[in-house]
Design a protein around this ligand. Structure first.
Ligand code: CA
Ligand code: ZN
Length: 297
């Protein structure tokens, strides 16, 4: 019987001292249920963003400890399935998102989700692109709110955290302390209005601990490439950090000098934006699998 981790035990911060609420085995496959990022407070379109308690927003279900995960290891979280609730939420709010200065009053839109589409209006339907906004592990040090993405993951709002992807994290504490939440039915790169189609649901995950592929920050592997993520206060800083990680990866895997790895990176890799609306900006450098030696992390 596959375990289902319910949504009632959550954290609001990733830190070094959170006690595990659940423990799973290395290699285990399990489901996790999650509320939407508003913790279910937006029950209908009459509830506007200023009406809710933002202190309980963006929480994450967990911590889920993985047996045998030690500091310095790498935790791989493979997303095997995502089930969505029957409706999602999109709010607008004054100041929210890159054009938030043009919003004069808050508004909430409830968006039915069924038959593979988000039904944005009677005449507009959008193919679903289910993804997980918050996924992270306990950091090496400090305490960071779940809404803030950083080297331990958390609110990375990256549309590649989806079915078929393997998301790697640096283990900072014994057991790793995985926590997840903030599912989206659809979201574009950037999350430009400040939200995706925010939705509750459940996700099926498989965890694996690796000891031979150390990383400093989250990395996502898909069939078509390896993506190096970085979350820093500005786009410039994030791109610089992610670029350095890719160059180091190419130097190591292909046995190249810095200048050669630097130009190879520039010739092959794409800088892409995950989100620009959280307290740190998240980017990813896409390294395609153009050589047999870079098929995996
Ligand atoms: Ca989010
Ligand atoms: Zn969200």
């Amino acid at each position: 019987m596959m375990r289902v981790i319910p949504k009632d035990k959550v954290i609001f911060h990733f830190n070094t001292t959170n006690q595990a609420n659940y423990t799973v085995a290395d290699g285990e496959v399990f489901w996790v249920e999650a509320d939407d990022c508003y913790s279910g407070q937006i029950t209908d379109a009459s509830v506007k963003r200023p009406d809710i308690d933002i202190s309980i927003m963006d929480c994450a279900v967990g911590p889920i400890n993985v047996e045998g995960a030690h500091p310095g290891d790498t935790l791989c979280v493979e997303v095997l399935a995502i089930d969505l609730a029957d409706h999602g939420i999109m709010v607008t709010n004054c100041g929210l998102g890159v054009l938030g200065d043009r919003i004069t009053e808050p508004d909430t839109k409830i968006i039915p989700v069924h038959d593979g589409f988000a039904h944005f209006s009677d005449t507009i339907k959008i193919p679903l692109t289910p993804m997980i906004g918050v996924m992270g592990v306990a950091p090496k040090s400090g305490e960071i709110h779940c809404a803030v993405p950083d080297d331990h993951g958390a609110n990375m709002d990256t549309k590649l955290v989806k079915v078929g992807s393997r998301v790697y994290f640096p283990v900072g504490q014994e057991g790793a302390g995985l926590a997840v939440g903030d599912m989206h039915a659809c979201m574009g790169d950037g999350e430009l209005s400040g939200t995706g189609i925010e939705i509750a649901g459940r996700m099926c995950l498989k965890v694996t601990v690796y000891r031979d592929r150390p990383i400093e920050r989250p990395v996502i592997e898909t069939f078509d490439g390896i993506y190096f993520l970085a979350s820093r206060p500005t786009l410039d800083e994030s791109i610089k950090v992610a670029t350095a990680d890719v160059v180091e990866f190419l130097m190591k895997k292909l046995n190249l000098s810095f200048p050669d790895a630097y130009r190879l990176m520039s010739a092959t890799c794409d800088a892409q934006i995950c989100e620009v609306v959280d307290d740190n900006v998240t980017v990813r450098l896409h390294c395609p699998k153009f050589d047999t030696r870079i098929q995996t992390l």
